[in-house]
Each structure stands twice: as structure tokens, then as C-alpha cells.
Design a protein around this ligand. Structure first.
Ligand code: 3H9
Length: 696
């Protein structure tokens, strides 16, 4: 087998090239190849300096993550980097694309660094539940100072090359072609002793600043261990000799490698990439995607428009009348202004978008040239069918027609057209220009290239797309409805909604369910209950307290009061809530009882996992990992727990099934174990076994 690392010489410069697509990760073959190439360079007397460069789209993007969790294989990356740093002739790292994790650590072990102006570099290990394990904690502070280095490794921020130059992380920006510029730099260093990062003085400790940073990390990332461990390891190591510091780093890295958080975060990383690999669209090219038409300019339609505009697409937004069009245009302008003020968009680019790429219209004919039409109107089957019949009349042949419904039957919507092959669901999450999740809902007759176009759109918008089957609520909202029912039942039986929120944010959710309700508006849940009232089973439990709050005009944030009172800053629990709950329970003849935080979490998670198992079993989600990606990106599930299915595997499916059976003793209508869960427990399998080896 040929090595992914080669050595060649140009004049008196030795050229070491890594070529390991797609991202030049330092798997075992690259590590072994680097040792061999370093030896060849050292032995080549005609070479007086070297250049280390990468083929393909990027410099080394890190260690090979797919090797994590398996027995490590020599040579180890810290030793490879040490061997390069120990060379007697200077080596220049020539960086393009992204130098991340072990990739940046490799560059810091070289004796000089030059980068293409577009390159970015960073230490993102904490996002995988790790800390830099190949010298990053010891070399980066020596190059750029203690606090900038700690900030970089705890935030995982990608530093643009010009800023890296100012920080002293790199020595030069390439002027022109990178290889030539790197060789020119190496020429200036030829014959000189190599400058080794390890020999630079370690920066002084600053306990007040590091304590403040750790306190901030504990506050902003509750429950996560990698960030604070990285600070401790870096500072402890810097107080020692370089070699002792490296030993401290190694021990910290290996300890985190064994942590459940590392397993969860790496599962999330691979799951987010696996969702795009659908057998149904393998090798199917998407349709053209330049012009987008959006029907409906409310907050959702405007958010989708902004998301498309920021991705460089041309957008026409259709409203019913001129007043509606003007209002929608104002919303789009506001959202773009927000992007400018947050530094995400340059003002001249915003002006160009508004002048050239965006327009409103009131006549369907304006959508005739769109490649993709996205409907974002009122959630009513009749209204949506009318819209689709109208789109069918004007859309060009081959245009993809998408509905943004969050629960309606997309097959019925497709039937309103003469071209059901072109119809899919694109379920965006609000605010659409911020939230990363996109459920691509696949009705029965959708053509593979229409589905592929949904996935291509997500990639273009930098969102993660997950395929979902047609059912009420698709993947996410269906699971949400189920665990909402579980928390509402606890509140009916005596739990305090505020304590429920506290227990679930303690578990790691970004927000508790009642704070979320206040944010969305209590009218949303009320309307949903009204809509479903006719189909309600007599044993379904109705959150009468939520109806009563709504009836009293408490709609949450928008009215100033819901479960919390927003007149106070920060908001406090609504002081009238305990009496309201007491009255509702008395009316229903319920005797309240207590629920501690563990019980609240156990019931919520059991309900979520049980419904998720049904969602997988009936094919609404393709695999358990698709559920995890939905809940991580659309519902605030803590990433460091990997998603509900990964969490369930780690927690033990048998324990969850036991819980469900225990809860069923009180309510065997709601707590019916999903057959898939029962089967997995009976056969000693896990959800991960159903991921077909597509996630770590
Ligand atoms: C580390 O370095 C530890 C060290 O400190 C210590 C070691 C001792 N390994 O994201 P994309 C695959 S920890 C293996 O779609 P993009 C990815 O799965 C590591 N595979 O492309 C995908 O495969 P597929 C620190 C990797 O252009 C394909 O490459 N580094 C790795 O949108 C394309 O990926 C990181 O955390 C990897 N390291 O983004 C960087 N990286 O096509 C992680 C990617 O089969 N990587 N793959 O689905 C990234 O952030 C992005 O992939 C990157 C490219 C920005 C590089």
C-alpha cells in the first residue's frame, strides 16, 4: 500500500506532503508516514530546510476521530510531532483550509508556519469532549500567551489566518501560491538552527484570570467537563518543564477519552454526518437550486428567506396583498440588519442582497421561474391545498414544491397538485435563519432527486437535514408531544412546573418545557389541543392548568405572564400559579404528591425514549441516530449526552423499560412500552446496533 505521506526535494528544500482525503486526518498510516518522511528528510544531506504541506482541500483537520474508542496504535501523534520538532533542520508548515486539533498541533511542532490568507486554525477538541492531546495545551500558550490560548482551546474558535499572524501563531501570510511562498520562507531559514516551540518560555500563570475563566465556563456550560479540565491541564503543565507538562496533558487527554461525554459528543459528530447518507438518494444529483420562491412572509417565511439570502440564493417572497408584502419586506430587512449588527454580514453585502437578490410579489406568476418553492402559510390543510394548487399552475416543470408544515399530512398536500413527485416537506424551525435543523419530510410519491434537492438546500444553508416520514409531528414534534404529555401529567399529579424546568435544565436541556411554552406562547399549545380534541382518547390526560392560564389571558412572554412573570428581570415564577394549580387539581379530584428531580428526569426521558423507539420502528425516522440529530439540533437536548437514543443506550434500555412498567401501574394507557424497546431488551441489543455502523 502506498503511504499517504511522501518525501521529495526541490533544490535544497525537502518537501513532505500529506495526502489523505477527505480532510488529511492523522490516522495511523499518516503518523507512520510522517515518521518515515522525517527520517528521509533528516538523511537527505542536500536538503537544508523542509516544507510540510497537504494535498487536497485542507491542511490536517485533526486526529482521525474514527480511531477514538479503539485501542490506540503506535506511533502516537505526540511522539510524531516531537520527532519533527527535534529535527536539526528547520521545517515550515504550509497551511491551507483548516488546521484543527492535532493538525494545528502538528503545525506548532514545525519550526515556522505560513498560511494562505483564507486558512483558519483552532483547537476544537472540547467539542468532542476532549482536550488537545498532542502538545496543544503546552505549545499554544508558548506561542500566543496564556489567556488567548485558553480562550482558543475552551471556545474551539477557528482563528482566521490574519488574526493568527497578529497573535504570533503563524509567522507569515502567503503572498500568492502557497507552496512557492512556503519554499521561499524555507530558503530564508536554510542553514539556520530550528526554532523549537518547546524551547520558548512558558507564560506566567495568572490565577485570578484562569479562575474567572473557569467560573464563566461552569456557568455557561453546566455539566460539561472538557473545558475546565483543559484549563487545569494547561496551567498545571505550564508550571512544569515541557516534558512534564506533556505528561500532564497526556494523562488529562486519556482520562477524558474514557468519559461518557466524549463518547456522546463523538456520536453526535458522526451522526450529524451520517444523516445525509440516505440509500434512497445515494448518487442522485439534486436539481438546480438558484432561485427560491417563498409563499407567506410571516416570521417563519421571512426567516426562511433570510436563511436563503445569506446563503447566496435569489429569493422572491409572495404575499396576499401589498400591505402584507411591505410588512414581510420590513421583517426581512430587520433580520438582515440583525445579522449586520451581530457582525455576521457586512453592510454593503446586505445592501447588495436587498437590491439584487430579494423582492416581494403579490402575484403567483412572479414565482414561475423559481427552482424551489417553499410554502410557509397558516397551518390549515384547506389553505395549504389551495396554495399548492395555485403553485401547480405557475411553477415551471421540474421545480420542487415544498411545504413548511410542522404536522400536516404531506401526502394530502401533494395530492392537491398534478405533480406529487415534485412535492416534499421542508420543516424549518423557528427562527429559521438561526436554527440548524431541517426535517426533510418525504411523502410516498416524492422523486429521489426532489428529496436530494431538500438535502442540497440544507447543505447550502449550513443546516443539518434529517429525513422524516409523514405522520403527525414528524420526528421531533411527535416525540415532543409525548414527553410534554409526561411532564404535564406530573404537574397534574402534584409536580411544580418550575421544579420540572429546574430538573430538566439540571439534566442539561437548554430550557425547561414550561419556559419553552412561555416563549412559544400558551396559545400555540391551546390551539393544538383544540385541534386534537375530537380525536382524543378518553384516557388521554388534558393539562387543564394550561388551558386555564390561557383562558385568563396568560400567554407567556408575549402577554408578560405565563408560568413565569416577565415583569421581573430576571423573570420569577408566576406568583398566582400555585393557587391556580391547586384549584385545577381540586376540580379534577386529584390529591397532589411530590416528584423529586430524579423522578422528573426518569419520567421525561422514559416518555421521550419510548416514543422515539416507536418513531424508529414505524420508519418515521430511518435510524436511532436520526432521532438524536433532530433532538440535538431542534429541541435543546444536551449535546454532551449524545441525544435521547445514545443516552438510553448508555443509561441501560432495561432500566428504562423497568421504569415504563413501573409507571404503567398508575397509567397503563400512556405508559405502553414500545415493541421495539421490549425487543431490544429481550435480545440484549442497543439502539446503536440499528445504526448499521454509521455512527461511532
Ligand atoms: C484531535 O485532533 C485530538 C488531538 O488533539 C490529539 C490526538 C492524540 N477524523 O465535516 P465534513 C470526515 S480531535 C475522521 O462533512 P466540511 C467526516 O466524517 C480532532 N474523519 O466536511 C466526513 O466524512 P463523510 C479535532 C473526519 O468540509 C468528511 O470527513 N478536529 C474528521 O463541512 C468530510 O467532513 C476536529 O474536531 C476527522 N478529524 O468540514 C475537526 N474530520 O464524508 C473535525 C472530518 O464520510 N472536522 N472527517 O461523512 C470538522 O470540523 C470538519 O469536518 C471540517 C470540514 C471543518 C474539517
Amino acid at each position: 500500500m502506498t503511504s499517504p505521506v511522501t518525501y521529495a526535494r526541490q533544490g535544497r528544500i525537502g518537501l513532505i506532503t500529506i495526502d489523505n482525503p477527505p480532510v488529511n486526518a492523522t490516522g495511523q498510516a499518516v503518523r507512520a508516514g510522517l515518521i518515515d518522511a522525517a527520517r528521509a528528510f533528516a538523511a537527505d544531506d542536500a536538503a537544508q530546510a523542509g516544507v510540510l504541506i497537504c494535498a487536497g482541500r485542507t491542511w490536517v483537520a485533526g486526529a482521525d476521530i474514527s480511531e477514538f474508542g479503539r485501542p490506540p496504535q503506535a506511533p502516537f501523534l505526540p511522539d510524531v510531532i516531537a520527532a519533527i520538532e527535534a529535527l536539526e533542520k528547520p521545517v515550515v508548515a504550509a497551511i491551507h483550509g483548516t488546521a484543527l486539533g492535532g493538525g494545528l498541533e502538528l503545525a506548532m511542532g514545525c519550526h515556522a508556519r505560513i498560511a494562505a490568507p483564507s486558512a483558519r486554525m483552532g483547537l476544537p477538541e472540547v467539542t468532542l469532549g476532549l482536550l488537545p492531546g498532542a502538545g496543544g495545551t503546552q505549545r499554544l500558550p508558548r506561542l500566543i500567551g496564556l489567556m488567548p490560548a485558553l480562550e482558543a482551546m475552551t471556545s474551539a474558535r477557528q482563528i482566521p489566518a490574519p488574526e493568527a499572524r497578529e497573535l504570533g501563531l503563524i509567522d507569515a501570510l502567503a503572498d500568492g501560491e502557497l507552496t512557492a511562498a512556503a519554499i521561499a520562507l524555507a530558503e530564508t531559514l536554510a542553514g539556520q538552527p530550528p526554532r523549537r516551540t518547546r524551547d520558548l518560555p512558558a507564560p506566567e500563570a495568572d490565577p485570578a484570570a484562569t479562575d474567572a475563566l473557569k467560573a464563566r465556563l461552569v456557568r455557561s456550560l453546566p455539566g460539561q467537563i472538557a473545558q475546565t479540565t483543559a484549563v487545569d491541564v494547561a496551567t498545571e503543565g505550564l508550571a512544569l518543564s515541557f516534558d512534564e507538562g506533556m505528561a500532564v496533558e497526556r494523562a488529562g487527554f486519556l482520562a477524558l477519552m474514557d468519559s461518557p461525554q466524549r463518547a456522546a459528543l463523538i456520536h453526535a459528530f458522526f451522526a450529524e454526518r451520517a444523516v445525509a447518507h440516505l440509500p434512497q438518494i445515494a448518487g442522485v444529483p439534486p436539481r438546480a437550486l438558484d432561485r427560491v420562491g417563498i409563499v407567506g412572509g410571516g416570521l417563519m417565511g421571512a426567516g426562511i428567506a433570510v436563511s436563503c439570502l445569506l446563503a447566496g440564493l435569489d429569493v422572491t417572497l409572495l404575499e396576499r396583498d401589498q400591505a402584507g408584502a411591505d410588512k414581510a419586506a420590513a421583517t426581512v430587512a430587520d433580520l438582515l440588519a440583525g445579522a449586520v449588527s451581530r457582525g455576521k454580514l457586512a453592510a454593503p453585502r446586505r445592501d447588495a442582497i436587498l437590491a439584487d437578490a430579494f423582492r416581494t410579489a403579490t402575484d403567483h406568476e412572479a414565482l414561475a421561474q423559481a427552482d424551489l418553492l417553499i410554502e410557509a402559510v397558516f397551518e390549515s390543510m384547506d389553505v395549504k391545498r389551495q396554495v399548492f394548487a395555485a403553485l401547480d399552475r405557475v411553477a415551471k416543470p421540474g421545480a420542487v414544491l415544498a411545504t413548511n408544515t410542522s404536522y400536516l399530512d404531506v401526502n394530502q398536500i401533494a395530492d392537491a397538485t398534478s405533480r406529487p413527485r415534485d412535492v416534499i416537506g421542508l420543516h424549518f424551525f423557528s427562527p429559521a435563519h438561526v436554527m440548524r435543523l431541517l426535517e426533510v419530510v418525504v411523502p410516498d410519491r416524492a422523486a429521489p432527486d426532489a428529496i436530494a434537492t431538500g438535502f442540497a438546500l440544507a447543505k447550502r444553508l449550513k443546516k443539518v437535514a434529517v429525513r422524516a416520514g409523514v405522520c403527525d409531528g414528524f420526528i421531533g414534534n411527535r416525540i415532543l408531544a409525548h414527553y410534554r404529555a409526561a411532564v404535564d401529567a406530573m404537574v397534574l399529579d402534584g409536580a411544580d412546573p418550575i421544579a420540572v424546568d429546574r430538573a430538566l435544565t439540571g439534566f442539561g436541556f437548554a430550557m425547561g418545557p414550561y419556559a419553552v411554552t412561555d416563549l412559544a406562547g400558551l396559545d400555540i399549545g391551546y390551539m393544538t389541543r383544540q385541534r386534537k380534541a375530537a380525536d382524543r382518547h378518553p384516557r388521554d390526560r388534558v393539562p387543564a392548568f394550561a388551558d386555564r392560564l390561557y383562558e385568563q389571558g396568560h400567554l407567556g412572554r408575549k402577554s408578560g405572564r405565563g408560568y413565569y412573570d416577565y415583569a421581573a428581570k430576571p423573570p420569577v415564577p408566576n406568583p398566582d400559579l400555585p393557587a391556580l394549580l391547586e384549584a385545577v387539581r381540586a376540580d379534577l379530584g386529584l390529591t397532589p404528591r411530590g416528584f423529586d428531580a430524579d423522578e422528573i428526569v426518569a419520567r421525561t426521558m422514559a416518555a421521550m425514549v419510548n416514543e422515539a423507539a416507536r418513531v424508529v420502528e414505524d420508519g418515521t425516522a430511518l435510524r436511532p441516530l436520526d432521532v438524536d440529530v433532530v433532538m440535538l439540533n431542534g429541541y435543546g437536548f444536551p449535546r454532551w449526552r449524545g441525544g435521547p437514543m445514545h443516552w438510553a443506550d448508555a443509561h441501560g434500555l432495561d432500566r428504562i423499560l423497568d421504569d415504563i412498567r413501573r409507571f404503567a401501574a398508575e397509567d397503563d394507557h400512556f405508559w405502553r412500552p414500545a415493541p421495539l424497546l421490549v425487543d431490544l431488551v429481550a435480545t440484549g441489543r442497543r439502539f446503536a446496533d440499528l445504526n448499521e455502523g454509521q455512527s461511532a
